[in-house]
Design a protein around this ligand. Structure first.
Ligand code: PLP
Length: 360
């Protein structure tokens, strides 16, 4: 047995912890605190088991048509994946030659770097809007994964900024809009525009639709790029249950939007509460905040490289109280915590615990 060299040295992506206990206040993987549409439960209750005996529709036609209608486009512009993570991995196979590179914002969704490593190509980080020249002049960057709103920061880039970046960029831009339903605008109109040749917008059912466990994501883009992705996918990449439940969720936009609205309201009040306590919160358009704890006396969070940042110690203290948030140890993220927005009750609980934590 021989493991490929690039896999031997691969630093694998570690997803946020999924605790077994129900007693955990789980604010670490940006799930929705509210349940999915009741129509999803109805579909599951009525699901005909004979549909599992047979293979499912490889083209998930009904779901595709519903997604096309929702986004005012045609089904040939829609691709559906086993979560948007699968779409990313298919894109890395479709749009990158062995001697090309994958780009993304930095910091951003850390899976992108791992995807480049799995594909055995180089990863390049850049600041779109500030540093547009890097990926646009580096001719070897053939795929740019642009998260908007970004994760873990929550920052939002205006669609005009993204449009002008894509217009200059020679390769393909995937605007990862996993969190778009919590933002004030999105890039879908750019993806469905007639003249669009290189921009794909990607969405997921994992966040605003409260269906992370279902594993469904989709993307919208130029028909030739979508066709290429179909060539590469596994035949039955979206199973029969996932197709049926996602279809029910798409048809209940009212439910999804009402939940997103609640999350946005809680995000605003939680941000204000953190700021009152001296935290620095990056303005977020997502279902999470990326926040830096206040400096306490001489105990500055970044007093020295050797010192464990306050964010890391607060992460551990919260965890000891069964409150899970996310901490990324990289140099440009280590001073902050990413906290998913839960219910108002969950956010009141984390604030109460934060108020009781002593770091010295
Ligand atoms: C920016 C971003 N893209 C994609 C995903 C993955 O979504 P999915 O559950 O659809 O694979 C996540 C999950 O946290 C994410 O943060």
């Amino acid at each position: 047995m021989r493991i490929a060299r690039h896999v031997q040295k691969l630093e694998e992506y570690v997803p946020g912890e999924q605790p077994k206990s129900k007693n955990v206040v789980k604010l670490n993987t940006n799930e929705n605190p509210y349940p999915p549409s009741p129509t999803c439960a109805e579909v599951l209750k009525r699901f005909d088991l004979d549909k599992l005996r047979r293979y499912c529709d490889p083209d998930y036609t009904e779901l595709r048509v519903a997604l096309a209608k929702l986004n005012k486009t045609t089904a040939e512009r829609i691709f559906v994946g086993n979560g948007s993570d699968e779409i990313l991995s298919i894109a890395a196979k479709c749009f990158v030659e062995n001697d090309e590179k994958i780009g993304s914002l930095d910091p951003s969704y850390s899976l992108y770097k791992t995807l480049a490593a799995i594909r055995d190509v180089e990863w390049v980080g850049a600041e779109v809007g500030v540093d547009n020249r890097r990926p646009t002049t580096d001719k070897r960057v053939s795929l740019f994964l642009l998260t908007n709103p970004n994760a873990p920061t929550g920052e939002f880039r205006e669609p005009e900024t993204i449009a002008s970046f894509a217009a200059k960029f020679k390769g393909i831009v995937i605007v990862d809009e996993a969190y778009a339903d919590f933002a004030r605008a999105n890039c879908m109109a750019l993806a469905t525009a007639e003249g669009n040749r290189n921009l794909i917008v990607m969405r997921t059912f994992s966040k605003s639709y409260s269906l992370a466990g279902l594993r469904v994501g989709y993307c919208v883009g130029p028909a030739d790029l979508i066709r290429a992705m179909y060539k590469v996918k596994d035949s039955y990449n979206v199973d029969a249950i996932a197709q049926a439940v996602a279809l029910a969720a798409v048809k209940d936009q009212k439910w999804m939007k009402a939940n997103a609205k609640k999350v946005i309201a809680t995000r605003k009040s939680f941000t204000a509460e953190l700021e009152k306590r001296g935290w620095d919160v990056i303005p977020s358009e997502s279902n999470f905040v990326f926040a830096k704890p206040p400096q306490r006396g001489r105990d500055t969070p970044v007093a020295s490289e050797q010192k464990t940042p306050a964010a890391s110690r607060i992460f551990a203290a919260l965890r000891a109280k069964n409150i899970f948030v996310r901490y990324f140890k990289y140099p440009n993220t280590r001073e902050r915590l990413r906290i998913t927005i839960g219910t108002p009750e969950q956010m009141a609980k984390i604030l109460k615990v934060l108020d009781a934590i002593r770091l010295d």
